[in-house]
Design a protein around this ligand. Structure first.
Ligand code: PLP
Length: 380
């Protein structure tokens, strides 16, 4: 199996711990273990580091199922992040030659893996002019009689948009007309800035798998704790695939996640994330408004990421590379999403650090713009 390079993850893996300011991250400032133990009331000495129930402890499966109307623990498989959930979902569903339709721009994991599994991938698009929604009719046009699987990320990475009710209906209608499977990656659900909780695709159509995790809305990516929800008759086979990947969740993560998802604790953690997102999104908007080489952007509605258009002649890959090398700021080039002319900026970190990093980006943009203007005037 030849897996195409997952350019964004390669970029982050190489550089995220080697720069002064990391704005490539898509979640909020992670909680420390001490903060988490205090918030949950879990005592570290009660956690025994064995193998837990390999598809997730019963308490954790119940807590995850409670997030989705109509789901029960029999619909849940606990995974190492939504990354493993997506991997297992695609491995379970796809054969070489299958056709997969992906809503883009999107996190590169699912289209890359689908190609690796020998499927052919086609796309339909979130459009900036529609505030990053798909055009009416786009799903029906893209999803054909032989479409095996449709992959949707909602809320969206990289745009931070949330699908409208009409767009969700159109996707579900097209899948059910064709009998296609739907994989809804809902890892950013719960990270809404002002909107009510993002409605899940769960329960709307029988052939649906939903992936999620504690990485984004909960600020706990280091627990590597995710899940996949599916129809009860699919779960044994999904679980059997996990025997070949990670076997079980980490016992510590299973115990902590169970505590995180209890109603009151979950509420506190999600409120913390919302506060960070709202406060830092304001800093982003002030910055974009004050810099004539930027924007306007479509204000992201969920998650701590947004696509920021810029107006200088460099490609996004070149610009991101200069920012990394000269300013020690890591952002994700729009090129990684097939959208040159944009930077994906993660704004979920510490507020003061964000402001400093944005100032560095602006400084570099100004010096590049000056070089371009001097070049155009023939100044040497
Ligand atoms: C849309 C999407 N899905 C899945 C993941 C994987 O996240 P994790 O495995 O930490 O849940 C990411 C990470 O950025 C993502 O953006």
């Amino acid at each position: 199996m030849i897996v195409p390079s997952f350019s964004m993850e390669r970029w982050q893996s190489h550089h995220e711990h080697r720069v002064r300011y990391n704005l490539s991250e898509s979640g909020v400032l992670p909680l420390s273990l001490a903060e988490l133990l205090e918030l949950t009331g879990v005592s570290a000495s009660d956690i025994r580091l064995g193998y837990p129930q390999t598809n997730g402890s019963d308490g954790l499966k119940r807590a995850i199922a409670a997030l989705y109307p109509g789901a029960g623990p029999e619909n849940v498989l606990v995974t190492a992040g939504s990354a493993e959930a997506n991997f297992i979902a695609l491995w379970h569903l796809l054969e070489p030659g299958d056709r997969v339709v992906v809503l883009v721009p999107a996190y590169g994991q699912t289209p890359g893996l689908a190609k690796g599994f020998g499927a052919s991938v086609t796309t339909f698009h979130l459009e900036e002019r529609l505030d990053w929604q798909p055009a009416p009719g786009a799903a029906a046009a893209a999803i054909g009689p032989d479409t095996r699987l449709v992959v949707i990320t909602n809320p969206s990475n990289p745009t931070g948009s949330i699908l409208s009710a009409q767009a969700m209906d159109e996707i579900v209608d097209a899948c059910s007309r064709r009998g296609s499977w739907l994989l809804a990656d809902e890892v950013y659900a719960g990270a809404e800035a002002e909107d009510p909780p993002t409605p899940s695709f769960w329960g709307r159509y029988g052939r649906t798998l939903v992936s999620g995790s504690l990485s984004k809305a909960y600020g706990l990516p280091g627990l590597r704790l995710g899940w996949i929800l599916g129809p009860a008759d699919q779960m044994e086979d999904l679980w059997a695939h996990k025997d070949y990947t990670s076997i079980s969740p980490s016992a510590a993560s299973d115990a902590l996640a169970t505590a995180v998802l209890q109603h009151a604790t979950r509420h506190i953690i999600l409120s913390r994330s919302r506060d960070i997102i709202l406060r830092n999104r304001e800093r982003m908007e002030e910055w974009i408004a004050s810099c004539e080489m930027l924007g306007p952007w479509v204000r992201p509605r969920a998650g701590a990421i947004g696509m920021v258009p810029y107006r200088i002649g460099l490609s996004s890959t070149e610009l991101a590379d200069r920012l990394r090398r000269r300013s020690s700021v890591l952002v994700v080039p729009g090129d990684h999403f097939g959208l040159d002319g944009y930077l994906r900026i993660g704004f979920g970190g510490e507020e003061g650090e964000l402001v400093e990093a944005l100032a560095r980006i602006e400084e570099l943009l100004r010096s590049e713009a000056k070089l371009e203007a001097d070049g155009a005037r023939g100044v040497v």
